[in-house]
Design a protein around this ligand. Structure first.
Ligand code: URA
Ligand code: ZN
Length: 360
């Protein structure tokens, strides 16, 4: 990687589709699903992708999405000591409500087993059956009892009504009590009808961060962090747009003559309670994040295996991924102490983990 750092990296935003989940997607014929196109497979997960029946629909999917050995190869190539791995979007959003609790439990057990076998290289965020919120506290208890699980990943859309869905209150309460992280991550994107024929580019670059921003803003405005100050939210993609917009949010909330949100503190006070990955891609965006957030709550991430480099499969594991490199290079404008905190120390401290012996 272009910015050699003297400390091994801790990657807190990195995904895997668990083999059990991949089997399910291979059986399906509607979004989300895995389609066979000749000798290759393609992953069709995003809204509207199904409309495109051509070979370009979706994206190529190979073992880098679901094989543990490929995750470890990526980590070794990029100097990553530990990854806190999460299932990728759209998680189990599409599963029938009656089946979701049992499927979530199986996926969480699978991930714990993978982490347990990794000799200290892998930890995990589980999934929740959001379509049955009344079952989530029990699943969270099981997750909290799994040594390598550090929290859960939740889609920004919740079960379709946003994260300020009153049905989610027991989830916030249980995660706060059990000291688990809630990693908030987008999937559906905002406004994709506004940018037709732009491939994945604008949905991922604009739709994703705005989806996250709106979800977290609604959660804060409805008082979730006021009611649950111990709630540990990790916000994807450098907080979407929120660190940049926090001042505007403070002003708009305070000066809204049509609504009193009843919050004793400014919007940004609650936002500053949150953790953020450093997936900012360039120094100006990272500067907004470091200027805003608690310096102990910003942590390196790669978003692997998304944003695959344009190379042949045979050389993929020996290739430096531009998205990982860009997020590391974005740290170059920071001083050494900030670099060490974000790349290494904050992740270890946040999750209470230590480097595996042979890497320390
Ligand atoms: N594209 C996705 O679908 N998910 C990610 O996490 C990143 C890119
Ligand atoms: Zn991601």
């Amino acid at each position: 990687m272009s910015l050699p750092l003297p400390w091994p990296l801790i990657d807190v935003h990195t995904h895997m589709y668990l083999p059990r989940y991949v089997s399910l997607l291979r059986e399906r014929r509607q979004v989300p699903y895995i389609a066979r196109r000749g000798p290759n497979e393609r992953l069709i997960i995003l809204p509207d992708e199904e409309a495109d029946g051509s070979i370009s629909a979706g994206r190529p999917i190979g073992g880098e999405f679901y094989e543990v050995s490929r995750k470890l190869a990526f980590m070794d190539h990029h100097g990553i000591a530990i990854s806190v791995v999460s299932s990728a979007n759209p998680w189990i959003d599409f599963v029938e409500p009656a089946e979701a609790p049992a499927f979530a439990a199986l996926l969480n057990q699978d991930l714990e087993a993978i982490c347990q076998a990794s000799a200290g290289r892998l930890y995990g965020f589980g999934v929740l059956p959001l379509q049955r919120p009344e079952t989530c506290a029990a699943e969270l208890k099981r997750i909290a009892g799994s040594r390598h699980m550090k929290g859960v990943i939740i889609g920004s859309a919740g079960r379709g009504h946003g994260l300020d869905d009153p049905g989610f209150e027991p989830i916030w309460q249980a995660t706060a009590e059990l000291d688990l992280f809630v990693f908030i991550h987008p999937h559906y994107g905002i406004g994709h009808q506004l940018f037709p024929d732009t491939g994945h580019a604008l949905l991922l670059a604009l739709g994703f961060p705005f989806e996250t921003s709106i979800a977290v803003a609604r959660l804060i405005l409805r008082g979730a962090l006021e009611r649950h100050p111990a709630l540990k939210l990790l916000i994807a993609h450098a907080g979407g747009t929120l660190p940049f917009l926090a001042g505007r949010l403070d002003s708009c909330v305070k000066n809204d003559i049509s609504k009193d949100f009843g919050l004793p503190k400014p919007f940004s006070h609650y936002l500053r309670q949150c953790w953020f990955d450093a997936i900012a891609y360039h120094p100006p965006a990272l500067a907004a994040l470091t200027a805003f957030a608690d310096p102990a709550k910003i942590m390196f991430g790669t978003d692997h295996p998304f944003f695959r480099p344009h190379v042949a499969d045979e050389v993929l594991d020996r290739t430096t991924w531009p998205s990982a490199e860009e997020n590391l290079a974005a740290l170059s404008a920071l001083d050494g102490a900030q670099q060490k905190a974000i790349a290494h120390a904050n992740g270890l401290a946040a999750f209470g983990i230590e480097l595996p012996q042979r890497l320390s």
